[in-house]
Design a protein around this ligand. Structure first.
Ligand SMILES: NC(=O)c1ccc[n+]([C@@H]2O[C@H](COP(=O)([O-])OP(=O)(O)OC[C@H]3O[C@@H](n4cnc5c(N)ncnc54)[C@H](OP(=O)(O)O)[C@@H]3O)[C@@H](O)[C@H]2O)c1
Length: 325
């Protein structure tokens, strides 16, 4: 089969078509004939050589796919050959066929395009776990999300709104702020034009937000804590602005903050299976009813994976980029 991989880390141009054997599903796995693969920032970081695949994962990039079940592994009873599914995978998505754990697949409902289906798992699993499970988001609370027009940020704004949160986002331009408001954010702050800490204080009448979903790290962390109300939760999912942060622990103590974070890819299969169950029960009904759809930015052919990565790195995209296989 044809896949897209790279020999050595580098710029988008290192991505090239390779011919590799079609993988065979083991017990509990399905082989999916891939229709679309989502492109995520972690794929870009992997290609740059800064995010190696965890042990046992395919070196081919691609963390989410949609397509039709081609072969069932031993013991798989939840799906039928030919059924449309989307799946969270630990790698190997940029290919004609990809292995997925049956427990990490979600059935694609009527009315959801396979392009859209491929754009859901990575952000849905990440946002659900970090905002609702680690951040304990509750109806009526306020959530601050950086990267409001990113794949993750758009999902956080939409999902947060569905579950009764007031979502404030930051974005790097006025245009992106306008898009974020259309997508579901209640407020959007252009962080290049003003100080987001002051803006959050103004928007919340000085109270602050209950949760920050942070993908920046570095000096944002101390500033994020200034945005948090007492008992606030700070959830780190990326450190694009630097891994080290200096914070005042006395403030953490007196305002009773919780600092947490996680990375999805390295979690156990069992954990991801449980998370899939939570999502099927709580968020997937919104997808089935047509109330939750990913924000789609652009589609590229598999052979244009380099252009898809270049688009993501340029940072002008809003929502999700997918590869058509
Ligand atoms: N922990 C996990 O399990 C997990 C899972 C998936 C993704 N992630 C991480 O989540 C982030 C988003 O992923 P994605 O696939 O949605 O990527 P994406 O669409 O490329 O989004 C990246 C976003 O980061 C924002 N950003 C970058 N530097 C910034 C800065 N200094 N200040 C404020 N915003 C900044 C950009 O916003 P502007 O253009 O508005 O500046 C952009 O919207 C990535 O860092 C990714 O690695 C983590």
């Amino acid at each position: 089969m044809t896949a897209v991989g790279f020999d050595a880390p580098g710029g988008p141009d290192v991505l090239r078509p390779v011919t590799v054997p079609v993988p065979r599903p083991g017990p509990g796995e399905v082989l999916v004939k891939v229709a679309f693969a989502g492109v995520n920032r972690p794929d870009v970081v992997q290609r740059q050589g800064k995010y190696p695949p965890p042990p046992g994962a395919s070196p081919i990039p691609g963390l989410e796919i949609s397509g039709r079940v081609a072969v069932l592994g031993e013991g798989v009873t939840e799906f039928l050959p030919g059924q449309a599914v989307c799946a969270l995978v630990s790698g190997g998505g940029y290919a004609e066929y990809c292995l997925a754990k049956a427990a990490h697949c979600l059935p694609v409902p009527e009315g959801l395009g396979l392009d859209e289906a491929a754009a859901l798992p990575e952000t849905l699993f990440t946002v659900w776990h970090n905002v609702f499970e680690r951040g304990y988001a509750r109806d009526g609370e306020t959530l601050l999300v950086h990267g409001g027009t990113s794949g993750i940020g758009t999902m956080a704004a939409m999902l947060g709104k569905h579950f009764g949160l007031t979502v404030i986002v930051t974005c790097g331009s006025g245009e992106k702020c306008a898009r974020a408001l259309e997508i579901g954010a209640a407020h959007a702050i252009d962080y290049k034009a003003c100080d987001f800490v002051e803006e959050v204080a103004r928007i919340t009448g000085g109270r602050g937000v209950d949760i920050v979903l942070d993908m920046v790290g570095g000096d944002y962390v101390a500033r994020n804590l200034k945005c948090l109300a007492p008992d606030g939760r700070h959830v780190t999912i990326a450190v694009q602005g630097g891994a080290k942060a200096e914070i005042n622990m006395a403030v953490v103590m007196t305002r009773r903050y919780t600092l947490t974070g996680s990375t999805l890819r390295a979690r156990s299969d069992a954990f991801k299976g449980l998370l899939a169950q939570e999502i099927l029960a709580n968020a997937w009904p919104l997808v089935e009813e047509g109330e939750l759809r990913p924000v789609m930015d652009a589609r590229f052919a598999l052979g244009e994976a380099a252009a898809a990565h270049a688009r993501m790195e340029a940072g002008d995209h809003v929502g999700k980029i997918v590869l058509e296989i």
